[in-house]
Design a protein around this ligand. Sequence first.
Ligand SMILES: Nc1ncnc2c1ncn2[C@@H]1O[C@H](COP(=O)(O)OP(=O)(O)O)[C@@H](O)[C@H]1O
Ligand SMILES: [Mg+2]
Length: 336
Amino acid sequence: MAAQNNAPLPDGLDIAGYRIVKKIASGGFSIVYLAYDEDGNAVAIKEYLPSSLALRQPGELVPLISPENLPIFRIGLKCFFEEGRALARITHPNVVSVVNFFRANETVYMVMAYESGRSLQDHILRRRDKGEKPLVSERFIRKMFSQVMNGLREVHTNKLLHLDLKPANIYLRVDGTPILLDFGAARQTLRTDSPKLYPMYTPGFAPAELYSKNGNLGPWTDIYSIGASMFACMVGTPPQPADQRKVNDRMESHYRKLEGVYSPELIEVIRWSLSVDPLARPQSVFALQKALKTKVPEKEVGKVEKFSRKFRVLFGFKDNDRMPGDVTTTIHENSR
Ligand SMILES: Nc1ncnc2c1ncn2[C@@H]1O[C@H](COP(=O)(O)OP(=O)(O)O)[C@@H](O)[C@H]1O
Ligand SMILES: [Mg+2]
């Protein structure tokens, strides 16, 4: 069955004690809604509904699933559920908080605390559109990713891997703290059982071991994606896809372009995390965090920022010309 657009649940629907307000996002795998619980707290409800397997017509609640797709739909459903159950055990400020699960409409729903903010991907794109230079400051990258990795460490400690880390799955609260969203383990299982369903990896963010059916996955797999996400913050686009890198690796020329904008230490951390060979990467999040914490001479970090301040003064911008909710500003200030 070709992928199709599924109709979302209708606004205002009451379901398992929650009231749906509206759809806030839909991907190929699920639909996310803003809803309220009985006490009026905002929640985000994620509905398992892979569009390549299930079709929901407008006006319907229960999706149509063809008999040939049903076994795979059920495997994915079970994994979505198991993954949510594992996630529900994790309480960490940098990991999305899963508060409930329920079954309805012949599928599964994961209820999360609603977080107000925007994805790191949106943040990067906004800054790119505004022509900000550097795209994202070194200070922001170091501070924000060290928090992301605190969350990831907790995930790994619980014997889970994320497997789909990328700026679209890192969410920034209004105060600038990041949260890990959208764990890919369920999709991973689908991939193993039915490789032709849809590409399970996001080119550029996925290391080579995710491309092969029996790749050796581990913390180093997520670490590659962390390196790729840091790279995307600096450049505005993902690194060269891992399969192409195996044939003709052009990453060195990209790293060279970052020299002078970011410190050699930070570029080196990214180069290390993005090693094609999984064994050549940091083997644990802790090792990567340690490398990221290495002191960088203040003159290196400050160079670009001082330049941009000078530029603002020259052209008559004031510091408060920044967007009030600018996440960079908040983190920047918090990091002092
Ligand atoms: N807990 C949450 N609070 C607020 N928004 C959320 C939450 N979870 C997901 N979202 C929104 O839904 C989008 C998609 O969620 P995600 O879990 O990444 O699902 P998908 O599988 O569709 O990529 C996110 O980028 C975010 O905008
Ligand atoms: Mg996502």
